[in-house]
Design a protein around this ligand. Sequence first.
Ligand code: ASP
Length: 342
Amino acid sequence: MSREAKVLMLYTGGTIGMILQENGSYHPFSLENLMRQIPEISQFDCSIDTDSFDDPIDSSNMLPEHWQRIALRIKEDYGLYDAFLILHGSDTMAYTSSALSFMLGNLSKPVILTGSQLPIGIPRSDARENILSSLEIALARNDEGGPLVPEVAVYFEYDLYRGNRVQKVSAEDFEAFQSPNYPKLAEAGVSIKYNRNYIARAKAGALQVKLDLDPRVGIIHCFPGMTAELVLPQILNPQVQALIIRSFGAGNAPSQNWLIEALAQVCLSGTPVINVSQCSAGTVEMTKYEAGRKYHEIGLIGAADMTFEAALCKTMFLLGQNLKGEEFKLAFCENLKGEVSI
Ligand code: ASP
């Protein structure tokens, strides 16, 4: 690239820019404060525009409306920038990165999310390294001069992950994220080593942003001792447009008749019922055990090795496209954005 690269850095909130209040809790603070703490950023050979949510939030308060706001901003400014850096709370970062991966079609520029476990103003904070390395990755070019990471990715504690493959696994360690079923896209040591075979290729054609999401998804978390009285009202709730069953192991669930019959009724009505394992690593294979086979037979859709976050956001996205019944199932089982190994 002959001209100077341009990056948009969007601060949504999260620990990275928080300050400690008198009551001892962290509260999201301003972008100005954040930028003051990293003067090294001016050493990058690029121009960086910054912007912030009007009211930066703890990511526990993220909503599909916020994902839409981020996607819309990328859409509006896509021609102006070479890369987008999203500063975000780590708690729900995996949901936002999953949702954005589905909403941003034909992506050919990096969209890198990062955050930190400690606010940037604290001496031992991980924020500075996370921001500076994310920026370096956002600016990295391949041999043809195109962006090296033209996909939605999460950078945290020396590792870059595919955005729809990552999960937050620790509230304590700086290494807060893992990608249980897909290799890291890059590792930052003295130099940043890219795992090029696993990074998505830039898509040709114009960016296609789909903003519609339907969050009316019911979640049933299986556990030993779950009772019909408590669980059936949610399974049979007419508001629910899709159900996700958080099963055991390879996609198994209790073989009680009330559960099988209720889920069979929901499947028959055309409402998608998706089977996502409580295990992060591995894949849903409902026919492996008798305790899973029954659910396969009544029509549950296996999420294979998708993370829960990716399966949930994909469900909201496909419902948002008004897909139902067999159409939903076909699209859900397809590998849309590298979120599933098939
Ligand atoms: N509660 C914070 C958030 O997700 C945690 C963090 O940023 O690490 O906004």
